[in-house]
Design a protein around this ligand. Structure first.
Ligand SMILES: [Zn+2]
Length: 440
């Protein structure tokens, strides 16, 4: 999407916190519950129907009928109901093309609450204050949100720079609005900086081939070897979390099977959720700052291609063939998914592109076992998770194991072994026969 003027179309999201009254919160909650029910009805309808009758038009008719017959489904605006249908079909497409699991029913407490506002013109975003903007939410009205970055609204909006839609999302902090934005920006100059390989390490979160490691100073493991899932919390917050978890366990004891959770237990769960959400925000913040720094500094970044879903799956094994060392591996996997490697790679992909650099992926096998000085894989070289000492008699290089892997990653790229240019998720998937969305 490049025009002759050296301009480039860019699409991104921006998330802002909504300031809502309790009544408005209830209205949006109702919409989200209706959207979830719509999804569940749609899924039941779809899985029940003979394959020949599963068409988009029939689904659309079913949704219209449901909105007429079940009055509280009418709380959901018609556009949002259409968006549920679209997301549902996309979920099947993602499944058929091998990107995701089959869509399933959405449970009330396990699924995130969200409502789509698919059309940007419904939003009528305006800025009313240095710190506040106003947005129109269908069937709720005009509400305030925190203004933390300049959005293309009012006179600055045109065909190329505009808000194309939004989604309302609820987390532990309450309702947020995530805007979808399209802009036309000047293409960046090619980056002139150095090249670096990155390894998602166990002892260092991001080890770099040139020793410029990125660490947040929060060890991923506790002294007893288990992974610390609350490493982003401060000591007093960890103590509070422990107290809350004990309280929840105590309250749960008094609940009979099949009985609903008490209000007090639910309040404790909410507080636990808030602490966990705080930890997650801190982790994401560090990730954003670090990946921005890396994209600004380096022209070429090379990462190893890790198949994280498969890694976490394989430890468990199957029923016939249970995995070995499941507990230890589960700990390792948890610290891998906690460092959220996939999200780091996604951020690096779009950030390097913005600063004129590139991101490449290389095949992972062996990078942590091979010596980066002599290039030989000698058994026993990786002494522990942290230390690498080359056992090749003529070499003897020693250093941090993650640093060694990062040097290998960069070497693989310089040897021309990079996979197809890394750009989003489509690259790494096995090609599969694609079935059309409707004729199935
Ligand atoms: Zn060596």
């Amino acid at each position: 999407m490049t025009s002759e003027l050296g301009l480039e179309k860019r699409q991104f999201g921006h998330r802002a916190r909504l300031a809502l009254s309790p009544a408005e919160i209830r209205l949006i909650d109702d919409q989200a519950h209706a959207a979830r029910t719509m999804w569940n009805c749609l899924h039941a309808w779809w899985t029940m129907l003979p394959k020949a009758k599963r068409t988009l038009a029939a689904a659309d008719a079913a949704i219209r009928q449901a909105r007429k017959e079940i009055d509280w489904l009418g709380a959901l605006p018609a556009q949002a109901a259409q968006a549920v249908l679209k997301t549902y079909f996309q979920a099947w497409k993602n499944c058929w093309e091998g990107r995701a699991e089959e869509p399933n029913f959405k449970a009330r407490f396990r699924s995130a609450m969200s409502v789509d506002v698919p059309q940007g013109r419904d939003l009528q975003v305006t800025r009313v204050h240095r710190r506040w903007g106003m947005v129109n939410i269908p069937k709720v009205g005009r509400v305030r949100f925190r203004w933390t970055r300049d959005l293309p609204v009012g006179k600055t909006a045109n065909a190329d720079n505009r808000i194309t839609g939004a989604r309302l999302i609820k987390d532990a902090l309450g309702w947020h609005v995530a805007f979808r934005i399209t802009t036309l920006e000047a293409k960046p100059e090619p980056h002139q900086g150095p090249q670096a390989g990155i390894d998602a390490g166990v002892t260092i979160p991001l080890a770099l081939s040139d020793d410029n490691h990125q660490d947040h100073g929060r060890p991923a493991r506790l002294p007893n070897g288990t992974s610390d899932r609350d490493k982003w919390l401060k000591a007093d917050e960890k103590a509070k979390l422990l107290r809350l978890e004990r309280q929840a366990a105590r309250l749960k004891q008094h609940r009979k099977p099949g009985q609903r959770s008490s209000n007090r237990l639910r309040a404790v769960y909410d507080q636990i959720g808030k602490l966990r959400a705080k930890a997650k925000r801190r982790a994401t913040d560090w990730q954003h700052q670090t990946t921005t720094y890396l994209a600004r500094t380096y022209s070429v970044l090379v990462v190893e291609h890790l198949d994280i879903p498969n890694m976490t799956k394989s430890a468990r094994g199957t029923i016939e063939e249970p995995g070995k060392n499941v507990k230890q591996k589960a700990g390792l996997n948890r610290s891998i998914s906690q460092e959220a490697w996939g999200r780091t790679v996604t951020m690096l992909t779009y950030k390097t592109a913005r600063y004129g650099g590139t991101l490449h992926k290389v095949p992972a096998p062996g990078t942590s076992q091979r010596c980066s000085a002599c290039g030989f894989t000698t058994p026993g070289s990786r002494e522990s998770q942290a230390v690498f000492v080359c056992k090749n008699p003529g070499c003897g290089w020693s250093g941090n194991a993650d640093h060694n892997a990062a040097r290998n990653v960069l070497h693989l790229y310089r040897m021309g072994l990079a996979l197809v240019p890394a750009a989003g998720r489509a690259v790494v998937r096995r090609p599969r026969r694609v079935k059309p969305a409707t004729a199935r």
